[in-house]
Design a protein around this ligand. Sequence first.
Ligand code: SF4
Ligand code: SF4
Length: 440
Amino acid sequence: MDSNISLISSNIQKKFPFFGINKIREITRLVFEISKRDNINSNNVINSIQEKSYEKVKESLLQKRYPKTYSIAKKENFYLPDINLTDEQARLVSGKFNPKNIYYTKEVINSFLYNRIKTLYANANFIEIESLKSFLKKEKFSISKYNKRRENLFLVNEKYDFFKPCPCTKNVKCCNYSILNIGYGCLYECSYCFLQGYQNVAGIILPCNLPDFLNREKIKPTANKMFFLPRVGSGEFTDSLIFDDITLFSNDIVKFFKENKEISFEFKTKSTNIDNLLKLGGSENIVVSWSVNAEQMIKENEYCTPTLKERLTAAQKCVEAGYSVGFHFDPVILYEDWKAGYKKTIENIFDFIDGKYIKWISVGSLRMVASLKKVIENRFLNNKILDEELLLSHDNKLRYDDNTRINIYKYLVDSIREQDSSVVVYLCMENANIWNNVYK
Ligand code: SF4
Ligand code: SF4
């Protein structure tokens, strides 16, 4: 792959001296993406261009870059931002969380979590801060600092955002999910993770006042007829269980939802950090769910995470301890053998778990806010997920075209139905048209 963008750009400029700077940028983007995807030298792509005018050059490159969707997409669906490759590659570090610096606000010092952290990380630097907001004002964040999040832990009291409806996206069929916010930041390195483009703090944030917040006045999820109970879950801004051996949040959460069986609570995770859950013992309304993927996609994109087998073994143990379980095929990623890969994962799930314990399986295809594309290509230069044809949609998100998504969903839903015809399978972040086509 040619990653010398200024060289690609200057070779294009030599061939097309009359193109202005913006046109050169767009053509550079297309040449870079074609040469990366096809694993060929960028000069081969440039030399193969026969056209002369900018419009014709762009058209011919778009056809090469988007062979499946060029004829159905509109001009505005092609997202061609400039390229600024830096050397900010993701640091793929596994292992225990061992922060060097622990920042805390005064109000947390009597909390259980602060005192537990004091004992667990007695050798760390404990630094009092006035507030997270004031700290972040002084310590300007840049994406290079995202790699340092293992070094810093912030202990604060969460004031506003503990419980809220899942933000979902515009014009889709919402499943009425609600979120319990139990932290911010994750130690895994999934190439597609939205946090790397969203997070503005070089550390992990944990709320010390979660127990104060767990009360029925504040936890009011909405019912949805697809599900057996109204649903709340953690795992939007962090993995639900990755820090559970440190926080022991599951103590409070399991206790609360065992006393409130009219609500279902979901721990959504890729981890195998279930020891505390096993000690506590489960309840049918408490669902431990795993994000799963085709094994090749786990290997190529979900760095530092447990294998599929490890996740399914953990799910099996949770069932034995009395919990319900769930699975999320999210994101489903297109690759050459995607059908075989996803079918195998579905078969594996049902080899490990009897369908009667599975409360739901969701399916969502790869999607991302447009700005994440540049973050991914910087942090995971050799990624393959951006080589596919991702088009810009109405909500400024990149996703596969409608027909491709329908095919993906039909295939996965049918493959799940072959194993168990009664398990609830729903689509995440999809519009009514896609739903109707998949479930007709
Ligand atoms: S469909 Fe997905 S994104 Fe939308 S509310 Fe449900 S879980 Fe959240
Ligand atoms: S597990 Fe989830 S939160 Fe953690 S890096 Fe992967 S996608 Fe991001």
